[in-house]
Design a protein around this ligand. Structure first.
Ligand SMILES: [Zn+2]
Length: 442
């Protein structure tokens, strides 16, 4: 939907052509406060979301992404709206009093229902029941399956999330656990994420988990897992502190206040990242470090994807190419193949694939194509070869520091690498690897 500048209606789209129906215009969210009461046994959710936002234009009407649950009551600054309309994917609110540009306002939505994943071109995303618990995998448009939100990564906000469910389950969400209380067989868990977070990275994980601390420095690192995997978990995740130290030395300080790993009882097709967390399936655990590559990949997303977040989905290589390159960096540092050996091997493999993809704009259907990952990592390796290790990693740290907790584009990366290194050819290396279809030589 195009935004008519003369209207005071906030657009029902963030204007991202990859997900044209996601996100909303006319305001920016500052903070989400979610208070959820959930019954694992029956998959029933009762929720209250308090969304504090600021209007970026005069607003007579605005919308939120919300799908699959029933709205009980909405207020804007404590008042019932003049009009409330629900479409399958949006909640459209006309407040009693129009909002002025720059005005802060608060929307409270009470809702309930049986949450379920949203069908998308990328499979089912969002809130999903496990055999005995819950997983939330929000990327790229699943957040609306469990709370009303402005579901586009360009609108980051802080979060406070409380979830109450039956005692006996462990509930994990983003950030630090700041409160836990039990009453009549139910336990409420409150988590706070104080750093800005994209909605797709908001998560809830519920299961009958055992919990263990992995390390305390530089931030608390902990893991929640099925008791039967105790021995394998200690081995496979025992090197997380070492990995974290390596990435801090290469990319700069770990961005968040804690790092939490969840291993589900269920098998998962792929592991996934959330802000301050990574989630693996039981099938990713073998007790012989068989998933080291994936553990490194998900950890690296804390810098690339979570702290530094794409402003437009076309730049997905800034998340996946970097996380893939981090796999090679860990391999090199831990005595496996060097990044150079990995690059040579993967270039040879990518060379056998069709040359029909521009990884800097792969199109929505091929956002998660493996070439975005591998060729993205190759692009970084090509920049590293051009600049040398010292200038390359100094540039990478400058990029991470300057864009910390913010939004990024490929242009930002090129600009910072060039100004940090003084080499204005970084742009043409990126042009060849990221914006062309033909495969350059390393
Ligand atoms: Zn990834």
């Amino acid at each position: 939907m195009a935004l008519n500048p003369a209207s005071a209606f906030g657009s029902a789209s963030a204007g991202d052509p990859y997900l044209p129906t996601s996100g909303n215009g006319g305001y920016g969210v500052l903070h989400y406060e979610l208070d959820l009461d959930y019954r694992v046994a029956t998959n029933r959710l009762n929720g209250t979301a308090v969304i504090r936002a600021r209007a970026t234009m005069p607003l007579e009407r605005f919308s939120l992404d919300f799908a699959g649950l029933s709205v009980v009551k909405v207020t804007v600054d404590g008042e019932r709206p003049k009009k409330l309309a629900e479409t399958p994917r949006k909640l459209v609110i006309t407040p009693e009093h129009a909002l002025a540009e720059g005005q802060e306002f608060s929307v409270t939505v009470r809702y309930r229902g049986a949450p379920h994943p949203i069908r998308s071109s990328w499979g089912e995303v969002g809130w999903e029941e496990l055999a005995d618990g819950v997983i939330v995998a929000g990327q790229p448009c699943g957040a609306a399956s469990w709370f009303p939100c402005n579901d586009h990564p360009s609108d980051k906000a802080t979060y406070r999330i409380t979830i109450a469910c039956e005692a006996g389950y462990t509930v994990v969400s983003n950030g630090s656990l700041v409160a836990r209380s039990s009453r009549s067989g139910r336990t409420a868990w409150t988590y706070e994420m104080l750093q800005p977070m994209a909605s797709y990275l908001a998560t809830v994980q519920i299961g009958r988990y055992r919990s263990r601390e992995i390390a305390q420095d530089p931030v608390p690192q902990s893991i929640h897992f099925p008791q039967s995997l105790d021995r394998e978990i200690s081995i496979d995740f025992g090197r997380v502190p070492e990995m974290l130290a390596l990435f801090e030395s290469l990319f700069g300080a770990y961005p968040f206040d804690s790092y939490t790993v969840v291993v589900t009882h269920d098998e998962l097709e792929i592991p996934l990242e959330a802000q301050g967390l990574a989630i693996f399936g039981r099938n990713h655990v073998d007790g012989v470090h068989g998933s080291d590559r994936l553990i490194a990949h998900e950890l690296a997303h804390q810098w690339f994807g979570n702290s530094l977040t794409l402003a437009r989905w076309r730049d997905i290589w800034l998340h996946e190419g970097f996380a893939c390159y981090a796999e090679w960096l860990w391999s090199e540092a831990s005595g496996g193949k060097t990044a150079d050996e990995n690059a040579v091997a993967h270039r040879a493999r990518v060379a056998l694939e069709p040359k029909d993809l521009v990884i800097g704009d792969p199109g929505p259907a091929r956002m998660f194509d493996d070439r975005v990952y591998k060729r993205g990592a190759l692009a970084l390796h090509a920049v590293r070869r051009r600049l040398g290790d010292e200038a390359f990693f100094a540039g990478l740290r400058a990029y991470v520091a300057e864009c910390r907790f913010g939004l990024v584009s490929t242009e930002d990366f090129v600009e910072i690498m060039q100004s940090s290194s003084g080499d204005d050819e970084v742009g043409s290396v990126i042009d060849r690897w990221v914006y062309a279809k033909s495969l350059p030589k390393l």
